[in-house]
Design a protein around this ligand. Structure first.
Ligand code: UD1
Length: 382
């Protein structure tokens, strides 16, 4: 993607968002809209918002297409780090980002979620003594083996402003001494809700427009298929485990639409695992097509954090292919089963009757998280 310049004359506060992986583009989109709305209001201090795309994700369907579909301004910088080991990837991000962050007076560096791009942005901002805000702060799966858990804990502990998606996330932070009365660094924790809920509400109409065509494209009927996503390292990097999950999915009683993440595709090819039975492997879907297909799935099977929440918002029962989740509210509401990775448990969870409503709860805010994030960032400026 071409880097574009969006310099705004007369801007008096400069914020830099660091993103790089698919779910971060989804989280960034509502924040961009809220900043735009802020800048259009008379009398407000203008925000110059700059976007750094680390290039962690680069395949069109999981990167550029999301910018287009969600009307995200093109990034000011694309670091084009590409794939690599954790060390290589994080080091490249930090080395390439450093001159950009050091060159300008910056009022906020904003990081999102829990990927390697989050970690690199948080560490570098901290080393350069730049104010750091973390969107989706305080989530915990209590499994420190997950790279995502490590990334989110480091980002939280280095941030001055922690923007939490739920009350449970606020409490996790307080338990770790962040933002409570005894916090010597006086960090601020604010419960703003989940920006992914904003994104879903803002894009549902567009998703509806493409649902008929997407269903036709995959020859599926509303309520007549399952949707499977599988890409987390703990599942993909163990070919035996990957094979077991896919075996269970392929034996289900309806077609299983399976958008295959590039990481998973590569590992399947290397391990010689073939996809058969009810599985319908397809290339990753755009954001809008994904929402459409999630909405009409009988159930969703996933190891993604974001997809668990989208299932919850859409009222589609979810079976989580992990032993822990950082979104416990979806489980407490009865809408999500943590099946783990045994074939029997997965098939049982899919067959079990899981209520498709959310039991009237909405633990992740009111769909206006991005507006609250912008307001918190404005108010908490040093
Ligand atoms: C990353 C995040 C994960 C997030 C996921 C969303 C980390 C540690 N993990 O996982 O938390 O849920 O993004 O999708 O940051 N690849 C391509 N094309 C691409 C990107 C990746 O082919 O555009 C392949 C490469 O073989 C690469 C592999 O996928 O080595 C893994 O990519 P990587 O960015 O390291 O992690 P994800 O599995 O995508």
């Amino acid at each position: 993607m071409e880097a574009t310049e969006h310099r705004m004359n007369g801007a008096s506060t400069v914020w830099v968002s660091v993103v790089g992986a698919r779910p971060q583009f989804v989280k960034l989109a509502p924040v961009c809209r809220a900043i735009e709305a802020h800048n259009q209001r008379a009398g407000c201090e203008r925000i110059e918002h700059r976007i750094i795309h680390t290039g962690q994700h680069y395949d069109r369907n999981i990167a550029e297409l999301l910018f287009v579909q969600m009307a995200i301004p093109g990034p000011n910088h694309n670091l084009a780090v590409g794939s690599g080991s954790h060390g290589t990837q994080i080091a490249r991000m930090m080395a390439r980002m450093e001159p950009i962050l050091a060159a300008k007076k910056i009022d906020w560096v904003i990081v999102y979620g829990d990927t390697n791009s989050t970690l690199a942005g948080a560490l570098l901002a901290s080393r350069l003594k730049l104010p750091l805000a973390h969107v989706e702060a305080g989530c915990r799966s209590q499994d420190l083996e997950m790279p995502e858990e490590q990334n989110r804990i480091v980002a939280d502990h280095l941030s001055q402003l922690l923007l939490a998606p739920s009350q449970a996330a606020v409490e996790n932070l307080h338990r770790e001494g962040i933002g409570n009365e005894g916090d010597p660094r006086k960090r601020r924790v604010a419960m703003v809700g989940d920006v992914m809920y904003d994104a879903l509400l803002q894009n549902m109409r567009l998703a509806e427009e493409c649902e008929g065509e997407t269903l036709r494209q995959y020859n599926l009927e509303k309520g007549g298929y399952y949707l499977l996503t599988l890409h987390r390292a703990e599942n993909t990097d163990n070919p035996e485990r990957l094979g077991t999950i896919l075996q269970a999915a392929s034996s289900l009683d309806m077609p299983v639409l399976f958008p295959v993440h590039p990481r998973t595709k590569q590992i399947l090819a290397g391990a010689g695992i073939s996809l058969n039975g009810r599985l319908r492997p397809v290339t990753p879907l755009g954001y809008l097509e994904m929402l459409a297909m999630e909405r009409y799935a009988r159930k969703i099977l996933t190891d993604s954090g974001g997809v668990q929440k989208e299932a919850f918002y859409l009222g589609v029962p979810c079976v989580t292919l992990r032993s822990r989740t950082e979104w416990p509210e979806t489980v407490e509401a009865g809408a999500n089963r943590i099946a783990g990775v045994s074939a029997v448990a997965i098939v049982d969870a899919v067959q079990e009757k899981i209520p498709s409503d959310r039991c009237g709860t909405q633990p992740y805010g009111d769909g206006k998280a991005a507006e609250k994030i912008v307001s918190e960032l404005c108010q908490s400026r040093r």
